[in-house]
Design a protein. Structure first.
Length: 309
């Protein structure tokens, strides 16, 4: 093994996850530091450096509608969505070379500093695995330390399956995400873009994890599992005995989406706040951030919670 493989900046930024930022030279390091500090308060009891716009802008952004793929199975590039949400596309991504299936970083939405946690469907279908769970939990706790509101963008089919993940303790690592969100007392705004399945839906700051407001796009599916998988489990005998099993499966999947996975059904049950068009997202999130900015949550005095490590 070479020193580059175990000790270089590249190795620690992309493999071990020890490094959050890599600078090209001293000048770049100073520029990165200034940019990072522009999102942080001077200490943990001060407010973040918000610069709220004089008036709330609720205008629509049609380009967000255009980002949604026509095919539900095609991945959505979350970087493109984040660029439309944050002011002037200014997003400081943290640990961008590690666990790329989860994107975390700082931005401002109509002047309000926020930490963004988002699934990246372009990498590993946006699933949560061991590394991305650790990455997300660390970032969530950092935001909570500095009173930075959290905006979570959800498009997740579940936790990463496989023997290596199970033997590596994906349940324990995934629990870090749930613990971090549940323990966070800052404003928590969640937007479900498309898929939100199973336990991973909870891990991405559902209302059960204390989200103050949860919005969903009309394309969202909120369920225990995907419609196709659910149909095979629930109606296996009925499908196999049909003259045209594929057509039968498609019909049952559509019915499952309408009855059990629809965002409108989730709204009726009080699981989410509202269903919004993608074009409304920036304005709605900005309004939610301003509405919850005065949030103060007092927890019982204790040394600390018992985080799953």
């Amino acid at each position: 093994v070479t020193m580059d493989e175990i000790g270089s900046a590249k190795a620690h930024a992309s493999v071990s996850g020890n490094i959050h930022f890599v600078a090209e030279d001293d000048a770049d390091a100073l520029a990165l530091t200034r940019r990072l500090l522009s999102f942080l308060p001077t200490n943990n009891i001060s407010d973040p450096p918000h610069r709220p716009t004089p008036a709330l802008d609720m205008s629509l952004d049609p380009q967000l509608n255009e980002l949604v793929p026509a095919d539900a199975k095609s991945p959505l590039n979350i970087h493109a969505a984040i660029a439309r949400l944050v002011d002037d596309g200014d997003f400081l991504e943290v640990q961008k070379d590690w666990a790329k299936n989860l994107v975390v970083g700082f931005g401002r939405i109509q002047g309000i500093v926020c930490g963004i946690v988002a699934n990246q469907p372009m990498v590993k279908a946006g699933t949560l695995d061991i590394d991305s769970s650790d990455k997300g939990a660390r970032f969530i706790r950092t935001c909570n330390v500095y009173s930075i509101p959290l905006v979570t963008l959800v498009d997740i089919p579940g936790f990463m399956p496989g023997v290596a993940q199970e033997r590596g303790g994906i349940i324990r690592h995934g629990a870090k995400m749930l613990f971090a969100y549940a323990a966070a007392t800052v404003p928590k705004i969640t937007v479900i873009l498309r898929k939100a399945y199973g336990g991973a839906y909870l891990a991405m700051c559902s209302s059960d994890m204390g989200a103050d407001m949860v919005y969903a796009w009309p394309t969202a599916e909120i369920a225990v599992m995907g419609a196709e998988g659910a149909v095979k489990v629930l109606y296996k005998r009925e499908i196999s005995g049909d003259a045209d099993p594929k057509a039968k499966e498609a019909k049952l999947a559509a019915e499952y989406r309408d009855k059990f996975a629809s965002p409108y059904e989730a709204a009726r049950k009080g699981m989410i706040t509202d269903v919004i068009e993608p074009a409304q997202t920036r304005g709605v999130v900005a309004m939610a951030l301003r509405t919850t900015l005065s949030k103060r949550e007092t927890r019982p005095p204790k040394k600390h919670g018992n985080m799953p490590l």
